[in-house]
Design a protein around this ligand. Structure first.
Ligand SMILES: *[C@@H]1O[C@H](CO)[C@@H](O)[C@H](O)[C@H]1NC(C)=O
Ligand SMILES: *[C@@H]1O[C@H](CO)[C@@H](O)[C@H](O)[C@H]1NC(C)=O
Ligand SMILES: *[C@@H]1O[C@H](CO)[C@@H](O)[C@H](O)[C@H]1NC(C)=O
Length: 175
Protein backbone atom coordinates (compact mmCIF):
# COMPACT_ATOMS: atom_id res chain seq x y z
CA UNK A 1 0.00 0.00 0.00
CA UNK A 2 2.79 2.41 0.94
CA UNK A 3 4.69 1.54 -2.24
CA UNK A 4 1.61 2.12 -4.35
CA UNK A 5 1.11 5.57 -2.88
CA UNK A 6 4.75 6.45 -3.31
CA UNK A 7 4.67 5.43 -6.94
CA UNK A 8 1.51 7.39 -7.56
CA UNK A 9 3.14 10.41 -6.03
CA UNK A 10 6.08 9.90 -8.35
CA UNK A 11 3.79 9.89 -11.37
CA UNK A 12 2.06 13.06 -10.25
CA UNK A 13 5.41 14.71 -9.60
CA UNK A 14 6.66 13.69 -13.06
CA UNK A 15 3.57 15.03 -14.77
CA UNK A 16 3.90 18.32 -12.92
CA UNK A 17 7.60 18.50 -13.79
CA UNK A 18 6.90 17.75 -17.46
CA UNK A 19 4.25 20.43 -17.60
CA UNK A 20 6.50 22.93 -15.95
CA UNK A 21 9.48 22.12 -18.14
CA UNK A 22 7.31 22.30 -21.25
CA UNK A 23 6.34 25.81 -20.29
CA UNK A 24 9.97 26.76 -19.75
CA UNK A 25 11.03 25.18 -23.02
CA UNK A 26 8.21 26.72 -25.00
CA UNK A 27 8.56 30.09 -23.33
CA UNK A 28 5.94 30.84 -20.74
CA UNK A 29 5.05 34.50 -20.33
CA UNK A 30 6.98 36.29 -17.61
CA UNK A 31 5.64 39.06 -15.39
CA UNK A 32 8.19 41.85 -15.01
CA UNK A 33 7.82 44.15 -12.06
CA UNK A 34 8.81 47.57 -13.34
CA UNK A 35 11.50 49.05 -11.10
CA UNK A 36 12.00 45.81 -9.18
CA UNK A 37 11.08 45.78 -5.51
CA UNK A 38 10.60 49.55 -5.35
CA UNK A 39 8.12 49.55 -8.18
CA UNK A 40 6.93 52.64 -10.04
CA UNK A 41 8.04 55.55 -7.93
CA UNK A 42 9.44 59.05 -7.98
CA UNK A 43 13.27 59.51 -7.69
CA UNK A 44 14.32 56.17 -6.19
CA UNK A 45 14.79 54.02 -9.28
CA UNK A 46 16.83 54.50 -12.42
CA UNK A 47 14.45 52.91 -14.92
CA UNK A 48 17.03 53.02 -17.70
CA UNK A 49 19.25 50.75 -15.64
CA UNK A 50 16.30 48.58 -14.65
CA UNK A 51 15.22 48.10 -18.27
CA UNK A 52 18.78 47.40 -19.42
CA UNK A 53 19.05 44.25 -17.29
CA UNK A 54 15.56 42.98 -18.09
CA UNK A 55 14.85 40.57 -20.94
CA UNK A 56 11.31 41.11 -22.12
CA UNK A 57 9.75 38.98 -24.81
CA UNK A 58 6.51 39.16 -26.79
CA UNK A 59 3.74 37.74 -24.60
CA UNK A 60 5.35 38.89 -21.35
CA UNK A 61 3.60 41.24 -18.96
CA UNK A 62 4.70 44.34 -17.10
CA UNK A 63 3.30 45.18 -13.71
CA UNK A 64 3.43 48.73 -12.40
CA UNK A 65 2.99 49.05 -8.64
CA UNK A 66 2.49 52.60 -7.45
CA UNK A 67 0.57 55.00 -5.27
CA UNK A 68 -2.21 56.12 -7.56
CA UNK A 69 -2.88 59.22 -5.51
CA UNK A 70 0.27 60.69 -7.04
CA UNK A 71 1.35 58.64 -10.01
CA UNK A 72 -0.03 57.04 -13.12
CA UNK A 73 1.15 55.08 -16.15
CA UNK A 74 0.71 56.37 -19.66
CA UNK A 75 2.03 54.78 -22.81
CA UNK A 76 3.54 57.41 -25.08
CA UNK A 77 5.65 57.53 -28.22
CA UNK A 78 9.43 57.97 -28.31
CA UNK A 79 9.32 61.74 -28.77
CA UNK A 80 6.96 62.19 -25.82
CA UNK A 81 9.09 59.84 -23.73
CA UNK A 82 12.24 61.80 -24.44
CA UNK A 83 10.61 65.15 -23.73
CA UNK A 84 8.23 64.11 -20.95
CA UNK A 85 5.12 65.12 -22.87
CA UNK A 86 2.07 63.65 -21.15
CA UNK A 87 -0.60 65.12 -23.46
CA UNK A 88 -2.09 63.01 -26.26
CA UNK A 89 -0.67 59.78 -24.88
CA UNK A 90 -1.25 56.48 -26.67
CA UNK A 91 -2.81 54.53 -23.81
CA UNK A 92 -3.67 55.04 -20.16
CA UNK A 93 -2.56 51.94 -18.27
CA UNK A 94 -3.61 53.32 -14.87
CA UNK A 95 -6.20 51.36 -12.91
CA UNK A 96 -5.80 50.65 -9.21
CA UNK A 97 -2.04 50.96 -8.74
CA UNK A 98 -1.13 47.33 -9.42
CA UNK A 99 -1.58 47.53 -13.11
CA UNK A 100 -0.53 45.06 -15.75
CA UNK A 101 -0.03 45.39 -19.45
CA UNK A 102 0.92 42.72 -21.96
CA UNK A 103 3.67 43.22 -24.51
CA UNK A 104 2.10 42.08 -27.76
CA UNK A 105 4.66 43.28 -30.30
CA UNK A 106 8.42 43.21 -30.73
CA UNK A 107 9.15 46.91 -30.38
CA UNK A 108 10.05 49.47 -27.73
CA UNK A 109 7.24 50.50 -25.41
CA UNK A 110 7.48 53.87 -23.68
CA UNK A 111 5.76 54.71 -20.41
CA UNK A 112 5.78 57.74 -18.16
CA UNK A 113 3.92 59.23 -15.25
CA UNK A 114 2.27 62.59 -15.69
CA UNK A 115 2.15 65.29 -13.01
CA UNK A 116 5.74 66.30 -13.81
CA UNK A 117 7.20 63.13 -12.28
CA UNK A 118 8.59 62.14 -15.64
CA UNK A 119 11.08 64.99 -15.30
CA UNK A 120 12.31 63.32 -12.09
CA UNK A 121 12.96 60.07 -13.92
CA UNK A 122 9.55 58.38 -13.82
CA UNK A 123 9.76 57.09 -17.34
CA UNK A 124 10.78 53.79 -18.82
CA UNK A 125 11.57 52.43 -22.28
CA UNK A 126 11.07 48.68 -22.50
CA UNK A 127 12.57 46.84 -25.45
CA UNK A 128 10.47 43.83 -26.35
CA UNK A 129 12.05 41.02 -28.37
CA UNK A 130 10.55 38.20 -30.34
CA UNK A 131 10.73 35.01 -28.31
CA UNK A 132 13.48 32.68 -29.41
CA UNK A 133 13.98 29.14 -28.19
CA UNK A 134 17.10 29.41 -26.02
CA UNK A 135 18.18 25.85 -26.84
CA UNK A 136 17.87 26.59 -30.53
CA UNK A 137 19.29 30.08 -30.38
CA UNK A 138 22.61 28.58 -29.30
CA UNK A 139 22.70 26.28 -32.32
CA UNK A 140 21.25 28.57 -34.96
CA UNK A 141 21.29 32.30 -34.27
CA UNK A 142 19.83 33.08 -37.71
CA UNK A 143 16.22 34.27 -37.32
CA UNK A 144 14.72 32.44 -40.33
CA UNK A 145 14.88 28.77 -39.23
CA UNK A 146 13.57 29.52 -35.77
CA UNK A 147 9.88 28.95 -36.45
CA UNK A 148 10.19 25.50 -37.99
CA UNK A 149 13.11 24.57 -35.73
CA UNK A 150 11.12 25.57 -32.70
CA UNK A 151 8.22 23.27 -33.58
CA UNK A 152 10.58 20.37 -34.30
CA UNK A 153 12.15 20.94 -30.93
CA UNK A 154 8.72 21.06 -29.32
CA UNK A 155 7.73 17.80 -31.04
CA UNK A 156 10.84 16.04 -29.80
CA UNK A 157 10.15 17.40 -26.37
CA UNK A 158 6.58 16.13 -26.35
CA UNK A 159 7.75 12.66 -27.47
CA UNK A 160 10.37 12.56 -24.68
CA UNK A 161 7.76 13.70 -22.15
CA UNK A 162 5.36 10.97 -23.27
CA UNK A 163 8.04 8.29 -23.04
CA UNK A 164 8.85 9.43 -19.50
CA UNK A 165 5.17 9.36 -18.62
CA UNK A 166 4.75 5.89 -20.21
CA UNK A 167 7.69 4.49 -18.23
CA UNK A 168 6.24 5.95 -15.06
CA UNK A 169 2.86 4.36 -15.71
CA UNK A 170 4.58 1.02 -16.35
CA UNK A 171 6.42 1.31 -13.04
CA UNK A 172 3.19 1.95 -11.20
CA UNK A 173 1.53 -0.91 -13.03
CA UNK A 174 -1.34 1.03 -14.52
CA UNK A 175 -0.44 -0.29 -17.97
C1 LIG B 1 20.45 56.24 -15.10
O1 LIG B 1 21.55 55.42 -15.43
C2 LIG B 1 22.09 55.70 -16.71
C3 LIG B 1 23.12 54.62 -17.01
O2 LIG B 1 23.86 54.28 -15.87
C4 LIG B 1 22.68 57.10 -16.70
O3 LIG B 1 23.25 57.40 -17.95
C5 LIG B 1 21.57 58.08 -16.38
O4 LIG B 1 22.08 59.39 -16.27
C6 LIG B 1 20.86 57.70 -15.08
N1 LIG B 1 19.68 58.54 -14.96
C7 LIG B 1 19.39 59.20 -13.86
C8 LIG B 1 18.14 60.00 -13.89
O5 LIG B 1 20.13 59.17 -12.87
C1 LIG C 1 4.22 61.60 -30.51
O1 LIG C 1 3.12 62.05 -29.75
C2 LIG C 1 3.03 63.47 -29.68
C3 LIG C 1 1.91 63.78 -28.73
O2 LIG C 1 0.72 63.13 -29.14
C4 LIG C 1 2.81 64.02 -31.09
O3 LIG C 1 2.76 65.43 -31.04
C5 LIG C 1 3.94 63.58 -31.98
O4 LIG C 1 3.68 63.97 -33.32
C6 LIG C 1 4.12 62.07 -31.94
N1 LIG C 1 5.34 61.74 -32.63
C7 LIG C 1 5.43 60.71 -33.48
C8 LIG C 1 6.76 60.48 -34.09
O5 LIG C 1 4.44 60.00 -33.74
C1 LIG D 1 -6.13 57.24 -16.50
O1 LIG D 1 -7.09 56.30 -16.03
C2 LIG D 1 -7.38 56.44 -14.65
C3 LIG D 1 -8.25 55.29 -14.24
O2 LIG D 1 -9.25 55.04 -15.19
C4 LIG D 1 -8.03 57.81 -14.44
O3 LIG D 1 -8.35 57.95 -13.07
C5 LIG D 1 -7.07 58.89 -14.86
O4 LIG D 1 -7.70 60.15 -14.78
C6 LIG D 1 -6.64 58.67 -16.31
N1 LIG D 1 -5.55 59.62 -16.59
C7 LIG D 1 -5.51 60.34 -17.69
C8 LIG D 1 -4.35 61.26 -17.82
O5 LIG D 1 -6.37 60.22 -18.55
Amino acid sequence: MENWRGARLMVVASVVAIGWLSLVVMGSPVLHKVGGSKGWINHDVNYTEWAAQEHVYVGDWLIFKFDRRYFNVLEVNKTSYENCIDRDFIKNITRGGRDVVQMTEARTYYYLSDGGYCFHGMKVAVQVQEYQDPALAMVAPAPSPVVSGSSVFTCIWIIVANVVLFVNLMVVGIL
